[in-house]
Design a protein around this ligand. Structure first.
Ligand SMILES: NC(=O)c1ccc[n+]([C@@H]2O[C@H](COP(=O)([O-])OP(=O)(O)OC[C@H]3O[C@@H](n4cnc5c(N)ncnc54)[C@H](OP(=O)(O)O)[C@@H]3O)[C@@H](O)[C@H]2O)c1
Length: 305
């Protein structure tokens, strides 16, 4: 398929690269559904909140602070509730879990959307490299903490990235989770995004025999605040190319909204999606032993922090 065809045609789902979050939910009513979105205040998260609320869902907006979550929720039409959830701070994540429980929210979907990318220098939280800790461990704590609140047919959607392909060749460097034996902004981002994918895989395996699903998505390449740590020259190039070579934010939010809500996906689980269609991740993203090991190590980290 030529690049032009890829950008302009739809896949087996009937949707494709150019589909927006509004288009993927056209005609759908999400009235009566409650969906939690992390990173609700920016980029893909904010557009996800807007479109879910537009279709009638009550959206549980999670951001680093409750003020950010409320400002995001208040900026869209529809019903929103607001939570602080600083993913690099386990106490904040646990407080978010407790607050969702205290409000008695039953979640039809959790969209683990928040993330940081390509930090130029090694940064850490609780002794772990910050991208791994924020993108993976923070969401591990949140999602596993909220499983009791997930409805019987609830869906978990993990934001991965095609950048998971940049993860180290051994997949997850279990002997270097603090980054001290070597750090690369892109390889460590890739490792964190591979971890998001492996988490969805293992969660899906754990959901076997239930109606719950867990999937991972690559949203596309979209100019958002995610690029804030990229070097200024790359950022300028990204900005110039943006309108031509990148997805728009409404297109970027489509895949996660599709996977979280579309009725045709009620039994689809353990998959990786891109451009609103099932896609093929790196081979070791399907390694069940690697996924199980990551889960076990994540549980140990969660118990210690
Ligand atoms: N944009 C792309 O091209 C692209 C490609 C592939 C994958 N993705 C993935 O898509 C997701 C959304 O990214 P985006 O492009 O929308 O980026 P964005 O505009 O930078 O939004 C990221 C969101 O994550 C939040 N966040 C960051 N660190 C956090 C923390 N420690 N605790 C809680 N929230 C935190 C940010 O909050 P603050 O605003 O407060 O920092 C923001 O709301 C990410 O997981 C990213 O890896 C994006």
């Amino acid at each position: 398929m030529s690049l032009y065809e890829h950008l302009t045609s739809n896949g087996p789902s009937g949707f494709g690269y150019g589909t927006t979050a509004e288009q993927v939910t056209a005609g759908l009513s999400l009235a009566g559904k409650t969906i939690l979105v992390t990173g609700c205040n920016s980029g893909l998260g904010l557009e996800t909140v807007r479109v879910l609320a537009l279709r009638g869902a009550r959206v549980a907006c999670a951001a680093r602070t409750v003020e950010k979550a409320k400002a995001a929720g208040d900026s869209v039409a529809g019903e929103t509730v607001h939570f602080a959830c600083e993913l690099s701070d386990p106490a904040s994540v646990r407080a978010c879990v407790a607050a969702v429980r205290a409000q008695g929210l039953r979640l039809d979907a959790i969209i683990a959307n928040a993330g940081i990318m390509a930090l130029p220098k090694l940064e850490s939280a609780h002794g772990y490299e910050l991208q791994f800790f924020t993108n993976h461990i923070g969401h591990f704590l949140l999602v596993t903490g909220l499983l009791d609140q997930l409805t019987d047919a609830g869906r978990v959607v993990m934001l991965s990235s095609t950048a998971h392909r940049n993860a180290p060749k051994e997949g997850i460097q279990f002997d270097n989770l603090d980054g001290r034996k070597g750090y690369s902004s892109w390889a460590n981002y890739g490792q964190a995004k591979l971890a998001n994918l492996l988490f969805a895989k293992d969660l899906s395996r754990r959901f076997a025999g239930t109606k719950r699903t867990a999937n991972a998505v690559h949203p596309g390449v979209i100019r958002t605040n995610l690029g804030r740590h990229m070097n200024p020259i790359a950022n300028v190039a990204f900005g110039l190319l943006g309108p031509l070579a990148l997805k728009s934010v409404p297109q970027g939010a489509a895949t996660q909204v599709y996977v979280a809500t579309h009725p045709t996906l009620s039994t689809v689980t353990g998959e990786y999606f891109a451009d609103c269609n099932v896609a093929k991740p790196r081979a070791d993203a399907n390694d069940t032993a690697l996924a199980a090991r990551l889960w076990k190590v994540s549980e140990e980290i969660a118990a210690a922090v």
